[in-house]
Design a protein around this ligand. Structure first.
Ligand SMILES: Cc1cc2nc3c(=O)[nH]c(=O)nc-3n(C[C@H](O)[C@H](O)[C@H](O)COP(=O)(O)O)c2cc1C
Length: 424
């Protein structure tokens, strides 16, 4: 038993649920009710937040075609997270709701206005997962031929953050006076234009929404490269990461904290959450069998390769499954996820890379067992890493009611009994 308490978030893909499995529904009708129910369940389980992941394209890198993504519903369809965040927020009263919105896609004024509105609609429980987008295919939906190189994307994003922060501050907290007797709604001297003219953006302001309860959304970020980590350490309230084992979790968190100090911030103001994919069973054997079945499903290998192809824009269909990768792979997209996947130097074959970890891409440590086994391990891992929590996700980027219930009614109570997570 340890006295370290940690935070729980959920990494949620807004794609069809486990539609191929006996307990899935296929996401239809596409009315969001499944996710509203999920939000209520996670709130009951005292999660800090749910994060809705997003991408802005139909993947077609794997095999040079959309076939895999559409046939398997892999990373597509993917509906807009902003209205879903509103629906989830209005279906709950305490859970934080985080939507992914890309700085490539939204002009900063629209994004600030959208975030402010959702934060008001959710009574101050909205968060923004700041992404710069990482695919040429996404860039081509926004008037660009190619994605700008990583350093330029982050330079643009730094200025973007300056602009939205200025916009959020363009109304003083007490600007709305609502003085009926004097006939004053807002004090016009407490609302100012920002007149931002920078290298990439030109925005006059002020924002045209009233200040929301948090004034700005909680900032979530997942930068993996050194430049991305600097960006995250400068701006984020919560940083999400996929690491490879306890040592790499600790190294990542220590590095983020050092970068935060260098940027003049209190490192304790940043909560680093690590993605994990627990596989739970009534017995340890049952959990291991479940994992074995998952990774030996006929579609598993191509689903994982399809998703890594989509986020790196490297066609993994061209590599031999039973050979090591031909060389160290580089991408202008998600290099951190690629590095975690390719385990360069390990000598593993591509097949071994895919089936090696629980959930393929998305578990920082392997968590397979009964709720008590997994809770014990999570406590031990956090004690070594030093904080700040886990972002729970599901194998092959899918979810079902059953998986959510296993976590909410099995794993979380086991964590609570150990004093590891909040009980209210
Ligand atoms: C846990 C996690 C969640 C992420 N969610 C998204 C997402 O929803 N949409 C997206 O475009 N990128 C997402 N990314 C990618 C990051 O925003 C970023 O592009 C990636 O980590 C690479 O960082 P780098 O550019 O600093 O190497 C995610 C990354 C991680 C690790």
């Amino acid at each position: 038993m340890t006295d370290i308490r940690f935070h729980l978030g959920w990494f949620m893909n807004f794609t069809p649920d486990e539609w191929r499995e006996p307990f899935g529904q296929g996401g239809l009708p596409w009315d969001g009710k499944f996710y509203m129910e999920m939000a209520r369940t996670l709130e009951r389980a005292c999660f800090d937040y749910i994060m809705i992941e997003d991408k802005l394209m139909v993947p077609e890198t794997f095999g040079g075609s959309t076939e895999l993504s559409l046939t398997h519903a892999m990373m597509v369809p993917k509906h807009d997270p902003a209205p879903l965040a509103v629906a989830m927020g209005m279906a709950t009263t305490r859970l934080g709701v985080v939507a992914t919105l890309s700085t490539l896609a939204y002009p900063p004024f629209l994004l600030a206005r959208l975030c402010s509105t959702i934060d008001s609609l959710t009574s101050g429980r909205f968060g923004w997962n700041i992404v710069t987008s990482a695919e040429d295919l996404a860039a081509q939906n926004f008037g660009l031929d190619r994605l700008p190189p990583r350093d330029l994307r982050y330079a643009m994003a730094d200025e973007y953050m300056e602009v939205v922060n200025e916009l959020f501050a363009s109304w003083d907290r007490d600007a709305v006076v609502l003085d009926r007797a004097a006939g004053i709604y807002a004090d016009h001297e407490k609302v100012r234009p920002i007149n931002h003219k920078g290298e990439f953006f030109s925005v006059r302001g002020p924002l045209n929404t009233v200040p929301s309860p948090q004034h700005r959304p909680v900032y979530v970020q997942a930068g993996g490269s050194p430049r991305g980590r600097d960006f995250a350490a400068r701006h984020a309230d919560s940083i999400i990461s996929v690491a490879s084992g306890v040592e790499s979790m600790k190294t990542f968190r220590d590095d983020i904290r050092a970068r935060a100090v260098a940027a003049g911030r209190d490192p304790d103001s940043i909560k680093v959450l690590f993605c994990v994919t627990p596989v739970l069973g009534e017995t340890a054997d049952e959990a291991r069998e479940k994992q074995r079945r998952m990774v030996s499903a006929p579609h598993f290998i191509n689903d994982i390769l399809g998703s890594i192809s989509a986020i790196t824009e490297i066609d993994f269909a061209r590599f031999d499954l039973d050979q090591p990768l031909p060389g160290y792979l580089k991408t202008n997209g998600e290099q951190g996820s690629l590095d975690k996947f390719q385990q360069w130097g390990s000598g593993k074959t591509l097949r071994e890379l895919v089936v090696g970890g629980a959930g393929g891409l998305v578990s920082s440590v392997e968590l397979v067992g009964t709720p008590d086994d997994v809770a014990e391990r999570m406590g031990a891992v956090m004690a070594e890493v030093g904080g700040d929590g886990f972002l729970i996700t599901t194998p092959v980027l899918r979810v079902s009611r059953r998986t959510i219930i296993e976590v909410a009614d099995g794993l979380v109570p086991a964590l609570q009994r150990r004093g590891l997570v909040r009980t209210g």
